[in-house]
Design a protein around this ligand. Sequence first.
Ligand code: GTP
Ligand code: MG
Length: 207
Amino acid sequence: MAFSLDYFKNQIQKLEDKFFGDFQKRVEPAQRLMSYYRCALMEVETKFKVLNEELSFLHERNPIDNIRTRVKDFESIRKKLRQRRFPLTLDSIEQNLHDVAGIRVICPFVDDIYVLADCFLRQDDITLLEKKDYIARPKENGYRSLHLIIEIPIFLHNEKRNMKVEVQLRTIAMDFWANLEHRLRYKKDISAEAAKKLLGRVHTNKM
Ligand code: GTP
Ligand code: MG
């Protein structure tokens, strides 16, 4: 029995459709989870924007200079789960990683950080899971920021879901330092000692 060219084209088309159908079914839950993290970031960002708006009336200046958000990419998620020997599943991402959704709130002054953190944490839909105050106790390399791991509900069409978000609050000066330090860490042609010296000069005003 002879098969026509159209028959083969048709078979290939069917295989392609099945492959992409299966692929779509597998990736959809992961894309959905990442979208929940984006929703949580929208909620947290709005809270800080509201505080910025209101506090600007009280203090006659804005306590927030800028806000940045990011959702960790899959490659970094996979690496982190592997490194820490956690299972590579969606449940494991939610249970074991607390920084899939990250927001950085950059303030002019140190006092702004504590006022904002306090107002934010007092809101009754925010649950504080962990706090690291690298401003009161800077890391050995000089890194300074206030880190909060929180849980916030997002309201979907038929459910409420609690999502974890990592909030980093720092001043403009601390942010400048952290970005420089991050870059220097990947510059292999500079010694650790030289990097520390360079960063030390940037840090002198402690703002
Ligand atoms: P990670 O595995 O990096 O999440 O560390 P951790 O779980 O011990 O949390 P930690 O609160 O110490 O750090 C979380 C995040 O803060 C990092 O992912 C960085 O964005 C930032 N960070 C912490 N330490 C440093 C540092 O020494 N330099 C810079 N540039 N950023 C840092
Ligand atoms: Mg992290």
